[in-house]
Unconditional design. Structure first.
Length: 182
């Protein structure tokens, strides 16, 4: 059975974007970017909401600025992607399909049959999976900034007990907190 992994950059006060929707404050250092490369390398399928997909599709044609970003672009392109959206008309990347609804039972079946782990990107889509008890691992990358509001990294209306698996400090002061659901 595959694990469902949620990884998110978040401010110290728990937001993935500020009130204006910006996340430029969370740009990863090279050390942190390499961590993401290694985290996503064994993932077979990435699940996205529309907004996160529209941000990530950049990697379909770009990202060759440095060896670490070129590696991330390859990792991104090498995985299957599912975009959950009622409004997206077409995808702009290979190995990508659109699903109109986030079907909890379909995700359970995907986890049961997948040979590789699955990641979920975007806090709004991840919130649905978290509420359904589908997320197995949380990689919360805490950026040393307080933004005072915006898009929440985690939903407010759920309780899940977690076990700390790993903690790591990156060269830019960002801290990884890796938890596993009990």
């Amino acid at each position: 059975m595959a694990n469902l992994i949620y990884a998110a950059n978040m401010s110290l006060d728990g937001y993935t974007t500020d009130r204006e929707g910006n996340f430029d404050w969370s740009e990863p250092s090279e050390d942190e970017h390499q961590f993401f490369n290694d985290l996503l390398r064994p993932v077979g399928t990435q699940l996205y909401g529309r907004r996160m997909y529209e941000t990530m599709v950049y990697w379909e044609t770009e990202g060759l600025d440095s060896p670490v970003t070129a590696d991330f672009a390859r990792v991104w392109r090498d995985s299957d992607k599912v975009v959950y959206s009622t409004t997206l008309e077409a995808v702009a990347s290979a190995r990508t399909r659109i699903e109109r609804t986030f079907d909890i039972e379909a995700i359970r079946a995907m986890k049961a049959s997948a040979e590789q782990d699955i990641s979920i990107g975007g806090p709004y889509l991840a919130a649905q999976a978290i509420r359904a008890g589908l997320v197995d691992e949380y990689y919360l990358i805490v950026v040393p900034v307080i933004v005072g509001g915006g898009g929440r990294a985690l939903p407010d209306d759920v309780r899940i007990d977690l076990t700390l698996v790993e903690e790591r400090r990156f060269d830019n002061g960002t801290v990884l907190l890796h938890y596993r659901a009990r």
